[in-house]
Design a protein around this ligand. Structure first.
Ligand code: SF4
Length: 130
């Protein structure tokens, strides 16, 4: 996950939810099951998920991509956004590349580690396309 400052700097200047019911429904489906927020949620340890903190300042984290919409643009409250940082229970933590076997070279060069840029799709799907 990006740093707190990066998350705040890239957040969109719009309220993520129209009201508290929307926010509660979405968080119940995502954050209540997410391992990233589990230590804070269950034991009060750590500082909790920084994405939720940004959302509480009425900004939408870039990590929250718009969820599926129907042909009229309607969405379910539980799927309003897809959080790309969601870690499902049993996920096993952050994925890491496997090391090369001892005494052997890899088949392909490994890419440099970089910060991911998260952007929502910019093109609207026309209603007639569905
Ligand atoms: S990473 Fe996403 S799903 Fe997990 S607690 Fe944070 S905002 Fe919620």
């Amino acid at each position: 996950m990006r740093t707190d400052n990066d998350i705040a700097a890239h957040a969109r200047d719009r309220m993520p939810f129209a009201n508290s019911v929307e926010g509660e429904q979405w968080q119940a489906n995502w954050c209540a099951r997410c391992l990233r927020d589990a230590p804070f949620r269950r034991m009060g340890k750590g500082s909790g998920c920084p994405l939720l903190l940004v959302a509480l300042t009425n900004r939408t984290p870039a990590e929250w991509l718009d969820g599926p919409r129907d042909e009229r643009g309607r969405y379910s409250l539980a799927e309003q956004y897809v959080c790309v940082e969601f870690r499902a229970p049993g996920d096993g933590g952050q994925s890491r590349p496997r090391p090369e076997p001892r005494g052997m070279d890899g088949l392909f060069p490994r890419p440099q580690r970089r910060i991911r840029t998260l952007v929502s799709p910019s093109e609207e799907v026309p209603a007639s396309a569905t």
